[in-house]
Design a protein around this ligand. Structure first.
Ligand SMILES: Cc1ncc(COP(=O)(O)O)c(C=O)c1O
Length: 372
C-alpha cells in the first residue's frame, strides 16, 4: 500500500476531492483515500482491456460467491445468494429502500450523519426524526431510549436508517446495541435500513456486527454493503443490498426497473478486491492507524475542541464548543474539510485522514495557524 506522493497526482484527473477547489488548498474532505487501490484492480482492468468486449454485461458468476464467502469469513454471517441484490452504490441503495416503502412516512436517522442520510429522506418526501449521537468516551453514542420513545409515540409506519460503523463518528456499534436496536424495531413493526459501507475499515480490535445477522429472524432488514470504500475504488459504483425477508426483497427488486445497473467493470473490480485485496488491506489499516495517531496527538493541543476518531473509518469529527466558522477558518489557511452543517452540526467539521502523512502534517500545521 503506497500513498500518492503528492496531491498533484490526484489533480491530474477529474477528482471530486482534489479538482473541485483551488490548487492551493489541501483537500481532506470527501471520503476517498490518496492511495492506489490493491494491485488486483489494475490487473482486472488490464484483463478487461485485453478481452476487449464492452457490450451489455450481466452479473459475473463469481460475484455473489465472493460476497457470500467474504461475509462468512470476515463477519461470520451466512448469507444466502438469493438475499443479495446488486446496486450501483450504497446511496442509491438507500433511496431504493425508501422507494420500495412508500407507506413509511417517518425516518429515524442518526445525527450527525453522512449528508445523504438527510438528503435521501428529503427527496423521498418523508418526515425525519434525528437521533442525536453524543460524545461518550472515545466515540459518539446515541440513546436507545430516544429511539424507543419516538417509535412508541409515532403510531405510523417508520423506518430506521442506521449507519454502522458510523460516519462521521467512527462508532462500531456493539452486538448488544444492534440487538437492542433491532428488537425495538421489531416490537414497533419498523423496518431497519443499515448502511455498512465502513464495515471493513475498522481500525481496532472490534468486530463488526451486521444488522441482518444480529436482528431477530422476523425483523425485516436491508443491509447495504460495498467494497468501494474499503479498497478505494469509489469511482466504480458497485454495492449490494442484503435482504433476507422475501417480501421486502421483492419490493426492493421492483424499484430496479429502468434504473442504472452495475457496470461490468465495477462488478469485476469489486469481485477481485474481495478475493485478492486483503494483503493490501492489512497494510492500509496500519497506515490509517498511524495517521489517526497523528490526528489524536494534534488534538491534545486543543482542549477547546472535541476530536472524535472512534474505532473505524479514516475520518475525524472535530467539534468546537461554540465556533460556527471552523471550516471557513481552515479554508482561509488552505485546508478544505467537510463542513459539519451538512452532517447536522454548525459547530463541527470533518477531516479525512486517508492521505499521505506528509500532506496530513502540512494540513495540521495550517490548521494550527487557523486556530491561533
Ligand atoms: C456512510 C456512507 N454511506 C455511503 C457512502 C457512499 O456510498 P456509494 O458511493 O456506494 O453510493 C459513503 C461515502 O462516503 C458513506 O460514508
Amino acid at each position: 500500500m503506497q500513498w500518492h506522493p503528492s496531491p498533484s497526482e490526484r489533480r491530474a484527473h477529474a477528482s471530486l476531492k482534489w479538482s473541485t477547489f483551488p490548487d492551493n488548498e489541501l483537500a481532506l474532505w470527501v471520503a476517498d483515500m490518496d492511495c492506489r487501490p490493491p494491485p488486483c484492480v489494475r490487473e482486472t482492468i488490464y484483463q478487461a482491456i485485453e478481452h476487449g468486449i464492452f457490450g451489455y454485461g450481466t452479473e459475473p458468476p463469481g460475484f455473489r460467491d465472493a460476497w457470500v464467502e467474504h461475509l462468512q469469513i470476515r463477519h461470520q454471517w451466512s448469507v444466502e445468494r438469493d438475499w443479495i441484490v446488486p446496486v450501483a452504490g450504497v446511496v442509491p441503495g438507500m433511496r431504493f429502500a425508501l422507494m420500495a416503502h412508500p407507506n413509511i412516512q417517518h425516518i429515524l436517522t442518526p445525527t450527525p450523519a453522512y449528508p445523504y442520510f438527510k438528503t435521501v429522506p428529503l427527496v423521498e418526501k418523508r418526515i425525519q426524526h434525528p437521533i442525536s449521537l453524543n460524545r461518550k468516551g472515545e466515540t459518539l453514542e446515541p440513546s436507545l431510549a430516544h429511539i424507543k420513545e419516538i417509535l412508541n409515540t409515532q403510531g405510523e409506519p417508520s423506518a430506521i436508517l442506521w449507519c454502522n460503523p458510523h460516519n462521521p463518528g467512527g462508532t462500531v456499534f456493539s452486538r448488544n446495541f444492534i440487538h437492542e436496536l433491532a428488537t425495538i424495531a421489531s416490537k414497533n413493526n419498523t423496518l431497519i435500513i443499515s448502511d455498512e459501507i465502513w464495515a471493513d475499515l475498522i481500525l481496532d480490535d472490534k468486530p463488526h456486527n451486521p444488522l441482518g445477522l444480529v436482528a431477530p429472524n422476523d425483523q425485516p432488514t436491508i443491509t447495504l454493503m460495498a467494497a468501494t470504500k474499503t479498497f478505494n475504488v469509489a469511482g466504480f459504483g458497485c454495492a449490494i443490498a442484503i435482504i433476507p425477508e422475501p417480501n421486502t426483497r421483492q419490493r426492493f427488486l421492483e424499484t430496479q426497473v429502468a434504473m442504472p445497473h452495475v457496470a461490468t467493470l465495477a462488478y469485476a473490480v469489486t469481485e477481485s478486491c474481495l478475493r485478492h485485496g486483503w494483503p493490501w488491506h492489512r497494510e492500509l489499516i496500519n497506515a490509517l492507524k498511524q495517521n489517526r495517531n497523528t490526528v489524536t496527538e494534534w488534538a491534545k493541543g486543543y482542549p477547546e475542541l472535541e476530536v472524535t476518531t472512534g474505532h473505524a473509518t479514516f475520518l475525524a469529527w472535530i467539534e468546537s464548543y461554540n465556533q460556527t466558522d471552523l471550516s471557513e477558518r481552515f479554508v482561509r489557511q488552505g485546508v478544505r474539510l467537510s463542513p459539519g452543517t451538512a452532517f447536522g452540526s454548525d459547530t463541527a467539521t470533518r477531516l479525512n485522514f486517508g492521505t499521505n502523512p506528509v500532506t496530513l502534517g502540512d494540513a495540521l500545521r495550517r490548521m494550527d495557524t487557523a486556530l491561533l
